[in-house]
Design a protein around this ligand. Structure first.
Ligand code: SAM
Length: 206
């Protein structure tokens, strides 16, 4: 067990939300949802002590970039240390909600993949929806938002993604749903239409 992980859990149980890092089986299952056959821009929400980040960095090519959004300062310092010699990886000690502002600062507009390990289910509903919207907006057409969570409740909120597929990974404590939310691979197609329909309904038009 990672001593740092357990210590941070004791300090902030609701934010850390787990007493041990993801298992090797879960890490491989999640990384297997991404294609590394070309340079990728990946953002990770809540890397913790970096068990998924290390696997992504191992699979990425030299031109790829990985942005780690971690709220906890002790985890962030540890991630900085681990990736000090890897210019592809940037650690950002801020809320995942700062995604688009932080990427814009670095001249990045879009991601191929966004991976999340944060406890979405306990986020206040307005914050949850805003984060899902920002995540969708920052993804490239054809990109994917990948989450691992104890419950699969996010599916009911992330309805504007064009497709969602879940599977259950038993080889983790606790077992987790791994869900891939896909953004359609078209600039003016289904994704755009879906957002237009949502915008129109939000404004009260029929
Ligand atoms: C369950 S742990 C997952 C850690 C790691 N990804 C793993 O699989 O072992 C959740 C992590 O998300 C971080 N976190 C929680 N809310 C966050 C937020 N809004 N933005 C960024 N990180 C957040 C916590 O500090 C913690 O490191």
């Amino acid at each position: 067990m990672s001593a740092l992980f357990f210590k941070r859990f004791l300090q902030k149980p609701f934010q850390i939300a787990s007493i041990i890092p993801s298992s090797k089986a879960l890490v491989e299952r999640v990384a297997g949802k991404m294609a590394f056959d070309q340079p990728r821009v990946i953002a990770e929400y809540g890397p913790g002590e970096g068990v998924h980040s290390r696997e992504l960095a191992r699979r990425m090519d030299a031109q790829s970039r990985l942005f780690l959004f971690e709220l906890d300062p002790a985890f962030s310092r540890d991630l900085e240390r681990q990736f000090a010699d890897d210019p592809r990886v940037t650690v950002i000690n801020r809320d995942a909600a700062s995604l688009s502002a932080e990427l814009t600062l670095r001249g990045i507009n879009q991601c191929d993949y966004i991976l999340s390990g944060i406890p979405f289910s306990i986020l206040e509903i307005k914050k949850k929806r805003a984060l899902l919207q920002d995540t969708y907006d920052v993804l490239k057409p054809g990109g994917a938002f990948i989450i691992y969570q104890v419950t699969n409740e996010l599916r009911q909120h992330a309805t504007f993604f064009d497709r969602a597929e879940s599977e259950y990974c038993l080889q983790n404590i606790p077992p987790m749903f791994v869900t891939v939310f896909q953004k359609a691979n078209t600039r003016n197609g289904h994704a755009h239409t879906t957002r237009l329909i949502r915008a129109v309904s939000a404004n009260g038009a029929s």
